[in-house]
Design a protein around this ligand. Structure first.
Ligand code: COA
Length: 312
């Protein structure tokens, strides 16, 4: 019999092993290190769901209901996987249904539920479509670190703002929390295209910062000018150690701040042995060329971004 229930800390090893088997580090389904799971579980233990068959864990879903877009609460269906030998037997469908029910009961304030998938992952497309999700196209962009650093320096050029104060680590977190309410009014990089504008204050402190304190950057004058969050623990099958630019925000009319933050984080990336840098953009690649990046300088992998409205 298949039982679907909330995971316990003892289930993390099995979840990790299924994830490792399922997300084989290709272009868009990278699986994080075990530490990521531990920190995620410690900060949101309610949001790991497992499917069991005779007490063996055969599948899981990880949810993150701690995001906001324009003040609307958003839950990400972050990962779903079923042990290879149990696939095609309806378990992924059951897990998804249970996860959706769980979110609507446990987090009635959640208005949207979202997920990223590879463009060729037919089983998950079928599941999401059947459950009322709609897809739009996005791209994962990868750049060689050398090209990335040339690009940043090219854009900054003479525009380097010597007055800007750049904070990182705990100082950056503290400033960010102090000015947290300003963030929704900032512009995302590339303009208005990322989806996850805002993680809750709690999650910033308990999860993202805990995971990688040195990945936090804040630029300020006498007010907050920009914020960046960078993760350097991803490993890409083809491109090696990869840094994800998870958030990059700037005050309106201060887009140069994006590049100042990227520039500020470069040394840190290099010290971590990073080979490529990546981020997500929406629909069109033109915004990148407008930002001074030549087409031959980056790789763009199309992915699907799925969205289901729970209410609102
Ligand atoms: C995606 C995944 C969780 C689906 O789990 P599953 O238990 O195999 O899914 P189900 O058995 O419920 O099948 C889901 C649908 O896909 C179809 N399907 C299953 N395997 C298929 C295959 N190899 N080719 C085409 N369709 C397939 C099923 O017929 C079903 O569609 P239907 O309901 O219209 O009949 C599982 O394939 C997996 O772990 N993949 C690796 C990890 C991954 O890609 N996760 C999602 C990305 S975030």
């Amino acid at each position: 019999m298949i039982v679907v229930e909330r995971a316990s800390a003892e289930d993390l090893r099995a979840i990790y092993s299924i994830g490792k088997e399922s997300f084989n580090n290709d272009t868009c389904s990278q699986w994080p290190p075990y530490l990521f799971l531990e920190v995620a579980f410690a900060s949101m233990p309610d949001n790991f769901i497992v499917a069991k068959h005779d007490d063996e864990i055969i599948g899981f879903v990880i949810l993150n209901p701690n995001y906001e877009i324009n003040g609307r609460r958003v839950c990400e269906l972050s990962w779903i996987a079923v042990r290879e030998k149990y696939r095609g037997k309806g378990i992924g469908s059951i897990l998804t249904k249970e996860a959706l029910n769980y979110v609507s009961v446990k987090y009635p304030e959640v208005e949207l539920i979202v997920a990223y998938t590879r463009i060729d992952n037919i089983p998950i497309h079928r599941i999401l479509r059947k459950n009322g999700f709609e897809a739009s196209k996005k791209y994962f962009i990868y750049l060689d670190i050398e090209i990335f650093s040339q690009w940043v320096r090219r854009v900054l050029g003479a525009q380097k703002d010597e007055k800007a104060v750049i904070l990182s680590g705990k100082e950056a977190l503290d400033k960010l929390l102090e000015w947290y309410d300003v963030l929704p009014r900032m512009i995302e990089f590339p303009e208005g295209l990322n989806t996850f504008t805002l993680s809750s204050k709690q999650m910033l402190k308990k999860f993202w910062f805990k995971l990688e304190p040195d990945g936090f950057y804040v630029i300020m004058d006498n007010k907050l000018e920009g914020f960046g969050m960078i993760q350097t623990f991803w490993q890409h099958l083809y491109y090696g150690r990869n840094a994800w630019i998870l958030s990059l925000l700037a005050s309106p009319n201060r887009k140069i701040v994006w590049f100042q933050i990227l520039n500020a984080s470069l040394n840190y990336m290099l010290s971590r042995g990073i080979k490529t840098v990546s981020f997500t953009i929406h629909n069109s690649l033109e915004s990148l060329t407008e930002l001074g990046l030549k087409q031959k300088e980056f790789h763009a992998f199309p992915v699907l971004f799925w969205c289901k409205r729970l209410r609102g």
